[in-house]
Design a protein around this ligand. Structure first.
Ligand code: HEM
Length: 460
């Protein structure tokens, strides 16, 4: 029988609410403490808004899969809409279903398999200018590589010359996102602050970039089997006028942006964790050397890179790039004996769930070995959900797994990355979970490392 009593939860005064929503009070610590102290359903208010944090895998599944129709994505998505327009990430209902059907073929298994060579080629080529013993900003390097990959695979275009500028525009556009929700957010967006002016400039830059790609393709009229060709061909056949020029740009920009930032962050955290766990790194090297010798990997090597897969999986457990998902209830909703009232926000956090000791022994420990077949079978569904679930599940999940594993193998075959001495590391949850101070690392060429460390000479 549902109760009208609110679930337990912390009382948050207005100042702390503002600090939490703007990330000035650590939202990650807040989520961990709230789930530990108050259980599976936690209620709190920020700025007068009711927020329910759901911490049980079954409750997560209910929201994302079983009862997804009771929820929309919520206000958090409004600002994303200002960047991506009505692309796949931000649309809702029937409109979303239609877009998803249109874009799905680009992510079919056979198609993704064909992207493997481009992924490896980009990683090998763009890491060629790394120098032994020299520091690198690995978060930027990873995004340079992942942007080149999404540019080439989905847009058949070279973005390398522009990648620095595009990334700067993306980072600028993302500033000012609130971590949970602020009812004043919409109003603030309309006021012409310097931050809003920077945002508009960044947005114009990104739109200009996609417009140029589209214009060039319209002129050439070539079918290159990529996102641009597919969208333009569909537009021609679209009698109902669903795919307007603006819609095409929104879809293309959405795929471009979602396609590089998430995976770039996931890989950055993976290199950091490897640098802190030389025993895991050594095992990864053994696997790569046994599977590949000196040749570069291909998509066909994936079954031989099982340890790399465990490492990537474990890194996304500890540092899921999408650290929280938000939904807004469009009807009263029953969860765990409580009524979540229409209009309330529902918060699901892969970050908190992935660190719950009910599912993960020693949850804070980086331990790729935990991902045995048996553990995978035993873990409840949705105790691990870095890619979300249900009809809004990440469309790029297969792409991301392949890219993560192939990039790890390609780069770790030649390089080890050491955290630069004294570099501070702290996760900062904005839209993605990113390293607050970047990730400054020293590249060491593996042949050189192998010569210096006798036990490596047998495997390198
Ligand atoms: C490690 C990498 C990635 C992670 C952790 C990730 C995570 C997610 C999550 C959690 C969602 C669901 C959000 C929600 O329900 O509110 C999502 C949706 C989405 N992702 Fe990813 N993603 C990754 C890579 C990619 C890539 C490589 C692409 C494209 C090439 C992509 C494109 C999308 C799109 C278009 C959506 C919206 C899907 C829809 O609503 O129908 N993602 N992603």
């Amino acid at each position: 029988m549902p109760t009208t009593l609110l679930p337990p939860g912390p009382k948050i005064n207005p100042l702390n609410g503002y600090l939490l929503a703007t990330g000035r009070l650590d939202p990650l610590r807040f989520l961990l403490n709230a789930s530990r102290d108050y259980g599976d359903i936690v209620h709190f208010r920020i700025g007068g808004e009711s927020i329910y944090l759901l911490n049980h895998p079954d409750l997560v599944k209910d929201v994302l899969v079983t009862n997804y129709k009771t929820f929309l994505k919520g206000r958090g998505i409004e600002r994303t809409k200002r960047i991506m327009g009505r692309g796949l990430v931000t649309s809702e209902g029937g409109f979303h279903g239609r877009q998803r059907k249109l874009i799905n073929p680009l992510f079919h298994r056979e198609r993704i398999g064909a992207y493997g060579d481009v992924m490896v080629d980009c990683a090998a080529r763009l890491s060629k200018d790394w120098q032994h013993g020299k520091p690198l900003e690995i978060a930027d390097e990873m995004k340079r590589i992942t942007m080149a990959i999404v540019g080439k695979t989905l847009f058949d275009s070279d973005t390398e010359d522009e990648s620095g500028e595009i990334n700067a525009a993306v980072q600028s556009a993302m500033k000012g996102f609130t971590t949970f929700s602020l009812p004043t957010g919409k109003l603030l967006e309309r006021i012409l602050t310097p931050q809003n002016r920077r945002f508009e400039k960044a947005k114009a830059k990104l739109e200009g970039f996609i417009d140029r790609l589209l214009a060039a393709r319209r002129v050439s009229g070539e079918d290159r089997g990529d996102v641009l060709s597919m969208l333009l061909a569909t537009q021609e056949e679209d009698a109902e006028g669903f795919l307007t020029d603006v819609q095409i740009r929104d879809e293309a920009l959405t795929l471009f942006l979602t396609g590089y930032e998430t995976i770039g962050q996931a890989l950055t955290w993976t290199w950091y964790l490897l640098s802190q766990h030389p025993e895991v790194e050594a095992k990864l090297h053994l696997e790569i050397d046994a599977a590949l010798g000196a040749r570069l990997p291909t998509a066909g090597d994936m079954p031989r890179l099982k340890y790399a897969e465990k490492i990537f999986k474990e890194a996304m457990r500890l540092y899921p790039p999408v650290w929280r998902l938000m939904r807004r209830a469009i009807d009263d909703y029953q969860a765990g004996g409580h009524t979540i009232h229409k209009g309330s926000l529902v918060l699901l956090s892969p970050y908190a769930m992935h660190r719950d000791e009910r599912y993960y022994a020693e949850p804070a420990r980086f331990n790729p070995e935990r991902w045995t077949d048996d553990a995978r079978r035993r873990l409840p569904e949705y105790s691990y959900f870095p890619f979300g679930g249900g009809p809004r599940r990440c469309i790029g999940e297969g792409f991301a797994w392949m890219e993560g594993i192939l990039l790890l193998a390609t780069l770790a075959q030649r390089w080890r990355l050491r955290l630069a001495p004294g570099h501070p590391v702290s996760p900062q949850p904005v839209i993605m979970l990113r390293p607050k101070y970047g990730m400054r690392m020293i590249a060491e060429r593996r042949e050189a490392a192998a010569a210096a460390i006798p036990q490596f000479s047998s495997v390198a």
